[in-house]
Design a protein around this ligand. Structure first.
Ligand SMILES: Cc1cc2nc3c(=O)[nH]c(=O)nc-3n(C[C@H](O)[C@H](O)[C@H](O)COP(=O)(O)OP(=O)(O)OC[C@H]3O[C@@H](n4cnc5c(N)ncnc54)[C@H](O)[C@@H]3O)c2cc1C
Length: 474
């Protein structure tokens, strides 16, 4: 069966393939993905299948959502642009899972915890060293006890473990496939239009989950989103892996760290521009700023960042110990964007929820009340211009996962509704897996109880189902 051109038109004239119009943002950075000048498909699009739940994006959030929905018995498809799962964690070379405890409590559990045990079984999960080298402490493998420290894994183990996880849950994976548009019928999305290697296809589903890390699904459907200006969002970088690195013993690292700090604070003219405040072992990366939701700007940043990595390499070779013969073995294949576009939800993780002791009526994911990091300019180091902390766990409201414009769409992971200054509370991989689990569970519950209306799910039942999955409520 095909989805015909007239179906797109009937869907309120909303975008079909590739919304073309530049969205106009208001002062708070909120915009609706305006379809002005949108391109309509010129061909009928074959329907790839009908699903209960379609999750777009196979990062930590999307994996959590797809596994939870499939385990709840829903026919679930997971669409991903790259050929493997893991999102920014695997494509930006970030194998450290931040399980920072709160007063001795492991508050990120459920599927995030399960995934760590799975990595541990593969022999690929250790707690982090405490000497600032950001390396696995091989004497402390993750075992069966509570996870009360950061966990370091390995990228390729993560990819395969995510694959296994999805396969065992019965998720249908559709990778090497890019979401290009949607079919929208008023306040519902009825199909996702994707570009598979074999050509464009439509995926029909009852509930959709936006796990793209930058609200691409909601944006392409013309929903409201929020994108902070480049100088207010986190800096971007491209990690480059060096070899032969300095022999990364604590002693050599300490010495290099001392040299680096001295250069950074006293002889900045001997360092390239826009570099990190601290030394990263075996890696080099400065930072760059721009709009991570703009192809031209991403292209500019990519070229700038890759060139700059060679300047930094030359500096390491000149100034540090053990780098004399170093070269760049590989670098991540896209700009690592730590935060981009977010949905505008029925509720938002905002200043009040983070910086006061306020608790929402519908808490679904706990967070530590700390804010501000990885500022755009790095003028203030990682702390950013707005930073602080408050005692006590806060919580993400369920409404922060529900876009204002749609009744059958949820968001999870990095692109939930959050004000930019408070992204720190929700953006790490374990948090994203957990919010994905919430979204997948809520999608299944909506199909069981509210005809797919995700905004109407009974909170008490959602909470009961999450608690049954080892989810922690503050
Ligand atoms: C450089 C860098 C370092 C980091 N370091 C750490 C760290 O040390 N520890 C930690 O816990 N976290 C770290 N993070 C943060 C963490 O990796 C992310 O916040 C997290 O991965 C977000 O998860 P997500 O699932 O919401 O989105 P993502 O991981 O961004 O996944 C989104 C997925 O959607 C796919 N996608 C997007 N658009 C489309 C489309 N149109 N069609 C199909 N697929 C699409 C993408 O390919 C991607 O796989 C780091 C992030 C970066 C960038």
């Amino acid at each position: 069966m095909n989805i015909k051109r007239r179906d797109f038109i009937r869907a309120g004239g909303m975008l079909a393939i590739a919304g073309g119009g530049a969205a106009v943002a208001d002062a708070a950075g909120v915009s609706a993905g305006a379809p002005a000048g949108a391109v309509r498909v010129s061909q009928d699009v074959p329907v790839l299948g009908d699903y209960d739940v379609c999750v777009v994006g196979a990062g930590p959030g999307g994996v959590g959502a797809a596994v939870a929905a499939a385990r709840a018995g829903k026919r679930t498809i997971l669409v991903e642009h790259y050929g493997y799962p893991g999102g920014a964690g695997t494509n930006c070379n970030s194998p450290t899972f931040f399980f920072d405890p709160y007063k001795g409590v492991q508050y990120l559990r459920g599927i995030a915890d399960e995934f760590m045990r799975r990595l541990a079984k593969r022999g690929a999960a250790w707690f982090l060293t405490h000497d600032e080298r950001y390396q696995p402490d091989y004497s402390r493998p993750v075992g069966d006890g509570p996870i009360l420290d950061r966990v370091r894994s390995r990228i390729e183990d993560m990819r395969v473990a995510y694959h296994d996880f999805l396969d065992e849950a019965g998720v249908e994976k559709l990778f090497y496939t890019h979401l290009t548009g949607v079919v929208r019928d008023g306040g519902r999305i009825t199909a996702a239009i994707v570009d598979c290697l074999e050509g464009p296809r439509a995926i029909r589903a009852k509930v959709f989950v936006d796990a793209t890390g930058a609200a691409h699904l909601v944006h392409r459907a013309g929903g409201k989103t929020r994108l902070a200006p480049p100088d207010k969002t986190m800096h971007k970088s491209i990690w480059a892996t060096l070899s032969p690195g300095p022999h990364d013993t604590p002693e050599v690292y300490k010495e290099n760290q001392r040299i680096y700090n001295d250069l950074y604070h006293n002889h900045r003219e001997r360092l390239p521009e826009n570099i990190w405040t601290g030394l990263a072992i075996g890696l080099c990366s400065g930072y760059v700023n721009g709009n991570s939701c703009d192809s031209r700007d991403m292209t500019r940043m990519d070229a700038e960042m890759r060139r700059r990595n060679f300047e930094l390499l030359a500096c390491y070779k000149r100034e540090l110990k053990g780098f004399e013969d170093a070269y760049i073995v590989t670098a991540i294949h896209q700009i690592g964007s730590r935060s981009g576009r977010h949905i505008v939800g029925r509720a938002t993780v905002d200043k009040r929820l983070v910086t006061t002791s306020a608790m929402p009526d519908d808490p679904v994911m706990p967070f530590v009340r700390q804010w501000g990091e990885h500022a755009a300019s790095m003028k203030h180091g990682f702390g950013g211009e707005v930073h602080g902390e408050l005692d006590g766990l806060g919580a993400v409201p369920y409404g922060a996962l529900v876009p204002v414009d749609f009744s059958n769409v949820l968001a999870c992971g990095l692109c939930i509704s959050v004000e930019e200054d408070y992204v720190k509370t929700i953006r790490m991989m374990p948090n994203c897996i957990v919010s994905g689990q919430v979204a997948g569970t809520a999608a299944a519950l909506a199909l069981d109880a509210t005809k797919g209306d995700v905004g109407a799910v009974p909170y008490a039942e959602l909470r009961r189902r999450l608690e049954a999955q080892n989810h922690y409520f503050a």
